[in-house]
Design a protein. Structure first.
Length: 152
């Protein structure tokens, strides 16, 4: 499978919203995604197939030296092929150069996602009771800290 990771643009919005509905019980809408296009503190990336189809995407929001990974989603037929890891790795490389840490929430039952985050250096830093609805479930807070060059 060939794909490239590109910045999200308007042409991706409908496909990403469809992917959101497929992957999440509380999906982001097209207007919510479109708002992120104009958010100077956000970066959304798309794993785009050869014919332009959206295979997966990820979003990062940055405030000062803190990064929050909003979403990582991969279409079911493209999972377990390294896409989520590559999207996450782009943000980890950015964080290594510019941020103190990255953080995210993940469903406590999402073993595949938790394993991905652990593989990329994230560790559980806490949890949020009943964070998710439909079904109601706790979220694990996972964080990875970064030490930039010249820092102890």
């Amino acid at each position: 499978m060939r794909y490239e990771i590109v910045p999200m643009d308007r042409s991706h919005l409908e496909s990403i919203a469809a992917l959101e509905r497929q992957c999440f019980s509380a999906p982001w809408s097209i207007p919510m995604l479109e708002e992120e296009l104009f958010n100077p503190q956000a970066s959304f990336l798309v794993a785009e197939g050869e014919n332009g189809q959206v295979l997966g995407y990820a979003g990062l929001q940055v405030v000062l030296d803190e990064g929050y990974i909003a979403n990582i989603a991969v279409a079911p037929q493209w999972r377990r092929q390294g896409l989520a890891g590559e999207l996450l790795e782009v943000y980890c490389r950015f964080a290594q150069a510019h941020l103190a840490f990255l953080t995210l929430e993940v469903r406590a039952s999402n073993e595949a996602a938790i394993a991905l985050y652990v593989k990329h250096g994230f560790a559980q830093a806490g949890f949020r009771k009943n964070y998710y609805q439909d079904p109601k479930e706790d979220a694990l807070i996972m964080t990875r800290t970064f030490h930039r060059e010249g820092e102890a």
